[in-house]
Write a protein that binds this ligand. Structure first.
Ligand code: FE2
Length: 146
């Protein structure tokens, strides 16, 4: 289920994705609108998953069926194993890691600290996010959006 706090997170990610899009592609307002929509859709899988299932894969499957342009970005968000990130996945993952669980505007460090507090510093969830943030910060596109 999508909780009220998750809904706040989703809206925060959408707004952050719009802001980051305008930094990455200046003056491209249609692209920024598209990235806002991507943010709004990125966690919809939470509405349908049972425990331990991937909310990203579930959301991606639903959006693929609906013919949504960026379904792969939804399916792959937060995946630290992929080699090539599209601009749209880069924006989405950055926005996700700059938005708190209740929609807060966070730095990467604040987001990681919050995840460590919630899941524990030894948790898989936290360790995965540390790697994800390292990948985002070392990406050549990061200098444009930070
Ligand atoms: Fe997610």
């Amino acid at each position: 289920m999508i909780t009220q706090s998750r809904w706040n997170h989703i809206l925060g990610v959408a707004r952050k994705a719009k802001t980051l899009a305008l930094k990455l592609k200046e003056n491209d307002t249609k692209y920024a609108e598209d990235m806002f929509v991507l943010g709004m859709l990125h966690d919809l899988g939470y509405e349908f998953i049972k425990t331990n299932a991937s909310h990203a894969a579930a959301g991606g499957t639903i959006l693929q069926r609906a013919g949504y342009k960026y379904w792969k970005e939804v399916a792959l968000h937060g995946d630290i194993t992929i080699d090539h990130m599209t601009d749209e996945l880069f924006i989405l993952d950055c926005a996700d890691m700059m938005t708190g669980p209740n929609g807060e505007d966070f730095t990467f460090a604040e987001r990681l600290s919050e995840i460590a507090d919630r899941f524990g510093p030894d948790s898989d969830a936290y360790q995965k996010c540390v790697i994800e943030v390292q990948k985002l910060q070392t990406d050549s596109r990061y200098t444009k959006i930070k």
